[in-house]
Design a protein around this ligand. Structure first.
Ligand SMILES: Cc1cc2nc3c(=O)[nH]c(=O)nc-3n(C[C@H](O)[C@H](O)[C@H](O)COP(=O)(O)OP(=O)(O)OC[C@H]3O[C@@H](n4cnc5c(N)ncnc54)[C@H](O)[C@@H]3O)c2cc1C
Length: 472
């Protein structure tokens, strides 16, 4: 990945941040919000994948007006700007690969208003996902997108990545909850779409374009977030299988039944063993795979659907079923699920983590194919993810050995080829950033690729906004 990224960089295309430019930035923000100390630069050089790069300066604007002035200056001098939130991204989106300015949203972290009658929250971008939910829960409201990083990732980052999560099976992804945005365009213009109602024909195309653009088209400075009623009850079960076919049959059975559970998460045996060793959550380590299934809503329908799903599991070969009878047990199961990413690092020191998604009906072929590819390349694979959405986090786990790493990279190429053969996509929810650019160009060819490039040029003819991301 590193070699691939390095080979595509043309650093000479941009102007270095010199003392004169720093002085101008200090005029815009005051001296305390302009950072050049190495320890601050290092803390803004990485996200949660492996590749890192140092910025030349880190800025912490507090308003859209300040962001606008920074962007105008960057345009004038041709300096790259990388928006940076909690840096939990998994594809390098917030890594400043051309140096330049890192624009941290850290100081724009307020929930401005909750309009209960409109089921709307108006927020600054750096509000943490969980904090928004804690606040709106006081009014019986809910913002469903729940990336496993929700305790630390920001809603601005969620919007920029169009983040998903386990409960997105029933409720949809971040895009479905963005009712409006205030953004600063790459020419410095501030555009506030205002909140569009849930029914609107004319809408603003800008909202759809900026959501999921990974900071390449604009900086989000305010968001109008749609809220829905908080489910009254949750029922959670952990279902074990001794073969993948039974797991896939159960999944299909649930969808044929007409029920839409809130959650259907898949965990394979290697992941079960890692997380069990890590936190002793009482998961059945002998199971070949698990489905974590949850229904939610009002008490009566939740219970009815839960019992119907229990029957489907029993009739399709489940070998164990644990029901979370208390809130504490449900919390423990969710902690186990959310700890998978960290726990699997026990398995091997090097991880190549991917985020493929295939149509639900092709999930079994994908999982079986992944296993075969791993065997062929003599590498270990750990799979878990949002099975109900056909979105699997494929992790190739490797020793720190050049030959094994090379085989791991070849295996990943094959996994992507299989994904595309099965009409899947190279990124279910983690975005393209830098690490998926190669596969993005496999997936989008001809007009569907060039139109996206043309759109980017329309927004940002100087290519100052998060350059090197998504497109080569
Ligand atoms: C343990 C773990 C579990 C995860 N689980 C999930 C999951 O289940 N589902 C999922 O979808 N993701 C998941 N992620 C990935 C990540 O948490 C999400 O992509 C999240 O939305 C990133 O938010 P952030 O605040 O960390 O943004 P950052 O990582 O800081 O930035 C992400 C991207 O958004 C851009 N950006 C940030 N703020 C703005 C802004 N205000 N305006 C314009 N662009 C901006 C950045 O330039 C970058 O390209 C997980 C990550 C980790 C570490």
């Amino acid at each position: 990945v590193k070699a691939f990224i390095e080979s595509t960089l043309d650093r000479a295309a941009y102007q270095p941040v010199n003392p004169k430019i720093l002085a101008e930035l200090r005029q815009i923000l005051g001296p305390d919000l302009v950072h050049t100390a190495p320890e601050v630069l290092v803390c803004h050089s990485y996200d949660s994948q492996d590749y890192s790069a140092m910025p030349e300066v880190v800025l912490e604007p507090t308003s859209a007006q300040q962001v606008s002035e920074i962007v105008k200056l960057a345009n004038r001098y041709k300096i790259p700007i990388t928006p940076f939130a909690a840096s939990t991204g998994r594809t390098g989106g917030s890594v400043p690969i051309f140096g330049g300015i890192v624009l941290s949203t850290r100081r724009m972290n307020r929930i401005l208003k909750v309009e209960v009658e409109n089921r709307l929250a108006i927020i600054q971008p750096h509000v943490i996902n969980d904090h928004l939910n804690q606040e709106v829960a006081k009014y019986g409201l809910y913002f469903p997108p729940d990336p496993s990083s929700k305790g630390v990732s920001t809603v601005g980052g969620n919007i920029a990545e169009c983040a998903g999560g386990p409960h997105c099976l029933k409720y949809g992804v971040t895009r479905d909850y963005v009712q409006g945005l205030e953004v600063v365009l790459p020419n410095g213009e501030i555009v506030d779409t205002g909140p569009f109602g849930t029914r609107n024909y004319s809408g603003s195309a800008l909202i759809g374009l900026v959501t999921g653009c990974e900071g390449t088209l604009a900086v989000i400075t305010k968001a109008y977030i749609k809220l829905i009623p908080l489910p009254k009850v949750y029922r959670t079960m952990l279902v074990g299988f001794d073969n993948l076919t039974a797991m896939a049959r159960t999944l299909t059975g649930v969808f044929y039944s007409g029920i839409l559970p809130a959650v259907m998460e898949f965990i394979d045996n290697a992941a079960i063993r890692c997380v069990e060793a890590y936190m002793h959550a009482g998961l059945p380590v002998e199971a070949e795979s698990l489905l974590l299934i949850e229904t939610d809503g009002d008490a009566i329908s939740t219970e009815i659907e839960f019992n119907q799903i229990l029957d489907i599991c029993k009739n399709n070969g489940a070998t164990s079923i644990q029901i979370a009878e208390t809130k504490e047990r449900r919390d423990q199961l969710w902690l186990a699920r959310r700890s998978l990413n960290a726990a699997i690092m026990r398995y091997k020191p090097v991880k190549i983590a991917e985020d493929i998604a295939v149509p639900r009906g092709a999930l079994l072929k994908m999982l079986e194919g992944t296993k075969k590819i791993a065997e062929r390349y003599r590498v270990h694979v750990v799979n878990y993810g949002h099975a109900g959405d056909g979105n699997i986090h494929v992790n190739i786990m490797l020793e720190n050995d050049p030959d094994e790493i090379k085989r791991g990279e070849e295996a990943i190429d094959e996994i992507f080829r299989l994904t595309l053969q099965l009409n899947g996509t190279c990124s279910g929810e983690h975005g393209i950033g830098i690490t998926k650019r190669k596969y993005c160009s496999w997936e989008f060819q001809g007009a569907s690729y060039t139109i996206q490039l043309a759109m980017r040029d329309t927004f940002d003819s100087n290519h100052i906004m998060n350059p090197g991301k998504i497109f080569e």
